[in-house]
Design a protein around this ligand. Structure first.
Ligand code: ADP
Length: 633
């Protein structure tokens, strides 16, 4: 019989596929099963259209038949089958091979997983088979045909004996090597896992004979060493109905939760289930979940984001990272879209556009759902934010504020006045008429911030302060700059603008009156501080340390704690003194009468301000001795 050559383009693709050491060669089974399913669909819908009642999906199984002795794997369907011409046209060429053209045009090299992402159909079987025999009988032809090929050098077509409609594809598996185990595709265990993984929601039963064992029945004869009787069970492996194809009304909360736990290996119910059906420019169904707890590796490099991607119930990709932005990387779930076909003839670029459109729509949906939770289930939202808020903050920071509009309303920070996390919108809604800024304080814990001298007067005057306790917090607010045109301002900032005009006048006068004292103190402290000045933010505390310039004391701590930071960063320190504190009177007295004592007091006050800030003192012994010498006076 004459051997026919594959069309040139097909030949190149075949070569590429056969010769690339391809990590996902298991997808061949998915491809053959979805072809079988498509062929069965054709038959089923034709029958429906021709009024052919009585066809039942359950009677149109796709069978998987591994044969260990012959080292073959056969996939059969009862679908529409192929005529001789169809065999030749469908399997002999790859029509409009979109992926291939794309790959060639863009010279993407062999490491780009286009095959794995979008499927190449029938040809993928050559990744595992050295020879493929297709026996098919079309509904339109009384004659059955046999197509046979050993890969790139061509194929033959001949008549065959087959009376039922449908197609039977037999793969003669390649010999296993050290690197590749092809024999695994003869194991029912592996095959079952692959079917579950990729083809669980195919609408026809995928059946396979599975050897099982049972206890011996009474009186049944068996050898001493045979503990169990074995029997063959003809099992349907796939569950057939995708949960997400049911309506929300059909699905109770329990069913969503059970599905999530089983599918994503979580033992806890999800915090949130999002079921979305979209029809229009893009059509898809998404089923997404927000876990109740951050996975243990969530904030590590090991964590892989992504949603499962299905095309009409057939999984195309286990984790499609492009569907989720990093700031929503905690979302688990899947997307099923008929717009994404396994079909290679579709243009790769078009897929890409569809995918982008879906991703954009998902992003909107996730955000609106989170806002909904924030509004209607605050307790749950707070727990969510504890788990994943950091990721959202990093989203704002790492985009240099570009994602501000998208993400800012998701932020919540502990409020000094409400004693619970509040949104920026709530904060701004409560701002005093005269209030210019959104005040914040940074520190280790809300309890410590409550005791911070810098927050006392602000709180006393009825200003609300946001307490920032996550390391990146201040960087995030700085990258946002403002919220609804209200600038953020640290309680340590030089200008808090919280006094009325009279207070401002008085403050200015006291500052001027004591200028020489402050100059003296600055001189004494040398490079340790940039300035010593009168404080307008202290109430009952004597001193505090603040900073001048772009780097705050909190940022200094965070930056210097980073492992790869070799050059220490230093904020410009400013020592502030409370003129209403008794120590100030002692200081002015010492300055007038005993400069040595004034210097000693300056050292102690600077050390105390540093301690309050959590920075520590350079020489604790000198500090302790200075305090003791004053106590002993
Ligand atoms: P795709 O399925 O992406 O179009 P394939 O290479 O997988 O590409 O298959 C090419 C064509 O061969 C299919 O479009 C279909 O017409 C035909 N075909 C493949 N498998 C079968 C089958 N089991 N039964 C009937 N036709 C099939």
């Amino acid at each position: 019989m004459e051997k026919k050559e594959f069309k040139a383009e097909s030949k190149r693709l075949l070569d590429m596929m056969i010769n690339s050491i391809y990590t996902h060669n298991e997808i061949f089974l998915r491809e053959l099963i979805s072809n079988a399913s498509d062929a069965t669909d054709k038959l089923y819908y034709n029958a429906l259209q021709n009024g052919g009642a009585g066809l039942n999906r359950d009677d149109l199984p796709i069978e998987i038949l591994p044969d260990k002795a012959a080292r073959t794997l056969t996939i059969t369907d009862k679908g529409c089958g192929m005529t001789r011409d169809e065999l030749e046209n469908n399997l002999g060429i790859i029509a409009n091979s979109g992926s291939f053209a794309f790959k060639k045009e863009h010279d993407l090299g062999s490491d780009v997983d286009i095959i794995g992402q979008f499927g190449v159909g029938f040809y993928s079987a050559f990744m595992v088979a050295k020879k493929i025999v297709v026996v098919s009988k079309s509904v339109d032809d009384p004659q059955a045909w046999r197509w046979e090929s050993e890969g790139a050098d061509g194929y033959t077509i001949d008549t065959a004996d087959k009376s039922d409609n449908g197609t039977e594809i037999t793969l003669y598996l390649k010999d296993s090597t050290e690197d590749e185990n092809y024999d695994q595709y003869l194991e029912t265990y592996t095959l079952r896992n692959l079917i579950k993984k990729y083809s669980d929601y195919i609408r026809y039963p995928i059946t396979m004979d599975i050897e099982k064992s049972r206890d011996w029945e009474e009186g049944e004869e068996h050898g001493e060493d045979q503990q169990y009787a074995t029997y063959i069970d003809h099992e349907t492996i796939n569950s057939m109905i995708p949960v997400w194809k049911k309506t929300k009304a059909e699905l109770g909360e329990k069913e969503y939760e059970e599905f999530y736990k089983a599918k994503f290996n979580d033992y806890e119910d999800p915090a949130r289930c999002i079921h979305q059906n979209v029809e229009g420019a893009v059509t898809y169904t998404a089923l997404m979940f927000v876990p109740a707890r951050a996975p243990f590796n969530y904030y590590s490099k090991d964590y892989e984001k992504g949603l499962q991607l299905y095309s009409n119930g057939v999984m195309i990709m286990e984790k499609c990272a492009d569907l989720l932005p990093d700031y929503f990387s905690f979302v688990k779930g899947l997307v099923d879209s008929p717009d994404l076909s396994l079909n290679i003839s579709r243009e790769m670029l078009q897929h890409d556009r569809q995918l982008k459109a879906i991703a954009a729509s998902l992003e909107k949906k996730i955000k609106s759902d989170l806002l909904n939770m924030q509004k209607n289930d605050r307790e749950k939202y707070e727990a969510f934010f504890k788990n994943f808020g950091l990721q959202i903050k990093l989203g704002i920071y790492s985009s240099y504020g570009m994602k501000k509009d998208l993400l800012q309303d998701l932020l919540v920070y502990y409020s000094s006045s409400e004693k619970k996390p509040v949104t920026l919108d709530e904060y701004v809604g409560r701002m005093k008429e005269s209030q210019k800024y959104i005040y914040y304080a940074c520190g280790e814990s809300t309890a410590k911030l409550d005791m911070l001298p810098q927050t006392e007067l602000l709180r006393d005057k009825g200003f609300e302060i946001l307490y920032l306790t996550d390391e990146p917090d201040e960087f995030v607010l700085k990258s946002m700059h403002d919220y609804k045109e209200k600038e953020f301002r640290s309680v340590s900032d030089a200008d808090l603008d919280m006094e009325d005009d009279g207070e401002k006048e008085e403050f200015k006068k006291t500052a001027e009156d004591n200028k020489s004292l402050f100059d003296f103190m600055k001189e004494h402290l040398g490079d340790s501080v940039k300035e010593v000045r009168l404080s307008n933010r202290l109430k009952s505390h004597p001193v505090c340390l603040t900073s001048d310039g772009a780097i705050s004391l909190e940022m200094e701590k965070v930056l210097n704690a980073m492992p790869n930071n070799t050059e220490k960063i230093k904020a410009e320190r400013v020592l502030e003194i409370n003129a209403n504190h008794p120590i100030f009177a002692a200081l002015t007295k010492a300055y007038a009468e005993d400069k040595d004592k004034a210097a000693k007091l300056t050292d102690i006050l600077f050390a105390q301000a540093s301690l309050i800030e959590g920075i520590g003192v350079d020489d604790p012994v000198a500090y302790a001795n200075a305090v003791c010498s004053l106590l002993a006076e």
